[in-house]
Design a protein around this ligand. Structure first.
Ligand SMILES: NC(=O)c1ccc[n+]([C@@H]2O[C@H](COP(=O)([O-])OP(=O)(O)OC[C@H]3O[C@@H](n4cnc5c(N)ncnc54)[C@H](OP(=O)(O)O)[C@@H]3O)[C@@H](O)[C@H]2O)c1
Length: 337
């Protein structure tokens, strides 16, 4: 589908009224206290879900709780669920394991996880505590580490008799800008952190968003293998893995983008953050994205199926970038999980 159609999408067809009662289900949203993630958390909460918000600021979480509870948005009849906070700073891998281990003592299922938190075009040279380029480290490496720790509970929830096939999902938030990721294959394995060569922060952002679609594709294959077979010899249900572009939205993501001209232009072309929330909810909850053909799929605004960009796809098919990235990250995060 054209970039134009992604930039100026039709109205969403999957909205709050289509989302069923989520009582008894458990959801996790990284960055769920602001921007697009806040809209996802809002709907999940008012539909009765147990919502775990991952973020680095207790204050931002408290503000979001007040906002979410006071404002059900477009949910027709609120049936409040619950909200809880897991404090993780994605720029520091050492904060992840203690927080997720603690969470895992409190939950016995996890239905959908949205790897939504992200940072865009910080000052050139910004790095994480472990020395990764800030966008790569935050958007990709830290989420991979969280995913590694959550994989067992996602797998067991998918296999449980209380879960419908296709209902347990890992959602990897990418962007239309993954189309601008480095050629030839989206990930510059020779210099992922761009320490040897100079790059604009837009290129490194784009690479991090290609990382999301590559990990979604690779996990789609691995989750099927991870699921295994039951005692009766039939294949157990597996976790679905989907990436998405939430749309061009008015959120805090532009915080590092201080040019007044750009801010003015953005005001004209950006959509309300609720629309991005609906795109993420479509990927995570809609029945039509839970079917087998959708595993490894890509969703565009405001809830449609599409294809990832050709050069990143070519990398997956011809250069095995999925396996390569997965195995590289497994090695890198091992000391922290
Ligand atoms: N807005 C758009 O037009 C657009 C377009 C395409 C894709 N996206 C993607 O959509 C996702 C959500 O972005 P958004 O637009 O909602 O932006 P946002 O309002 O800036 O939200 C980003 C979230 O990520 C969190 N985050 C950033 N760094 C973190 C860290 N080190 N530790 C923990 N949390 C951290 C932020 O928390 P703090 O407030 O504490 O920093 C915030 O909650 C991102 O992955 C973004 O790349 C957005």
């Amino acid at each position: 589908m054209s970039l134009l159609s992604q930039s100026f999408p039709p109205s969403p067809t999957y909205t709050e009224k289509d989302i069923p009662d989520l009582s008894g289900k458990v959801y996790l949203v990284t960055g769920g206290y602001s921007g697009v993630g806040l809209e996802v958390s809002r709907v999940l909460y008012h539909k009765g879900g147990r919502v775990i918000i991952v973020g680095r600021s207790q204050e931002s979480y408290d503000t979001a709780v007040y906002d979410i509870k006071a404002n059900p948005g477009e949910t027709p009849e609120s049936k409040p669920g619950s909200l809880e906070f897991v404090k993780i700073d994605l720029v520091d891998l050492t904060t992840i394991k203690p927080a997720i281990d603690d969470l895992l003592t409190r939950i016995d299922r996890l239905d959908v996880v949205w790897y939504n938190a992200g940072v865009m075009v910080p000052p050139v040279g910004s790095t994480t505590k472990q020395g990764y380029e800030l966008q790569w480290g935050t958007n990709v490496v830290a989420h991979f580490a969280i995913h590694a720790l959550l994989t067992p509970i996602l797998t067991s929830t998918a296999a449980s008799s209380s879960s419908a096939a296709g209902s347990v999902r890992a959602i990897w938030v990418s962007s239309i800008l993954h189309t601008r990721s480095p050629k030839p294959y989206g990930i510059n394995f020779d210099d992922i952190n761009y320490t040897k060569t100079k790059a604009s922060p837009w290129l490194t952002y784009a690479q991090s968003k290609a990382g999301a679609v590559v990990l979604a594709d690779e996990y789609a294959k691995r989750s099927v293998a991870d699921a295994g077979v039951g005692d009766d010899g039939t294949k157990k249900n597996h976790v679905m893995s989907i990436s998405l572009n939430p749309g061009n939205l008015k959120t805090n993501l532009q915080r590092h983008n201080t040019s007044w001209m750009r801010t003015f232009m953005y005001d004209l072309i950006l959509y309300p953050q609720r629309m991005g929330g609906l795109t993420e909810l479509y990927a995570g909850l809609a029945p039509d994205t839970g079917v087998e053909e959708f595993n490894g799929g890509y969703v565009i605004p405001f809830g449609r199926k599409d294809e990832i960009v050709a050069h990143v796809k070519k990398g997956l098919v011809e250069a095995g970038t999925g396996k390569k990235l997965w195995e590289m990250l497994e090695d890198e995060v091992k000391p922290y999980i």
